[in-house]
Design a protein. Structure first.
Length: 216
């Protein structure tokens, strides 16, 4: 098992996917689960201020997510939301779910179960994977990067679908909100920190593959 933490734009998703391909492991994007629940509560017309309804929407959601790095899909309540979870509307509201402890607890339990279900082993990435979701992982890594690098990477992913203000909201504001509940900017004991600001994706993956071999 490999657990990867880090803020938005630090390279978690791309790194974890490529690592899963290189090492023949499953890949879990934990953030996609939060986004899927966000789509569910928005579709249901639940107010972001109604905590009880948000908890009910989360715990009652039928979530399914692929662990195949080459076949990515996410479904909630029987509906494919793979594209929708990346839309600005979802990004703007996902912190509503992540700030509620009961919602996080439910999703963390699901994430652990998914990681344990893959006989190949699994790489999970997100915001509290090394400390809360899977603190017993064989290798735990915190990816960091400068704000400038993170904005540039996320902007490259989203392209013209967001303007500069929306981009900063998704990267900087959301990280500030989520950091009130979990720590994903400072490496905990036993977690290796890797600053990717000036590294290519290939260099990051190569570095972690080498670290993974050391833990075998």
């Amino acid at each position: 098992m490999i657990a990867i933490d880090g803020p938005s734009g630090s390279g978690k998703s791309s790194t974890a996917r490529d690592l899963a391909r290189r090492l023949g492991l499953g890949y879990l994007d934990t953030g996609a689960m939060y986004r899927a629940v966000t789509v569910a509560f928005l579709d249901a017309g639940v107010s972001p201020d109604d905590t009880d309804a948000l908890i009910a929407a989360t715990t009652g959601a039928d979530l399914a997510i692929s662990l195949d790095p080459d076949d990515r899909w996410v479904r909630v309540n029987g509906r494919d939301v793979t594209a929708e979870i990346r839309e600005p509307r979802t990004a703007q509201h996902v912190s509503v779910i992540s700030r509620i402890p009961a919602c996080r607890a439910d999703l963390v339990a699901r994430q652990r179960a998914l990681m344990d279900s893959d006989p190949r082993g699994c790489i999970a990435e997100g915001r509290d994977i090394t400390t809360v979701v899977y603190p017993d992982a064989d290798l735990r890594i915190l990816l960091t990067a400068s704000e400038q690098a993170r904005l540039a990477r996320r902007g490259g992913e989203l392209g013209a679908s967001v303007d500069a203000a929306e981009l900063r909201d998704q990267v900087v504001r959301r990280d500030a909100d989520d950091s009130l509940l979990v720590n994903f900017t400072t490496a905990a004991d036993g977690v290796l920190e890797l600053d990717t600001s000036d590294m290519t994706l290939s260099e990051v993956v190569d570095s972690i593959v080498a670290l993974a071999k050391e833990t075998e």
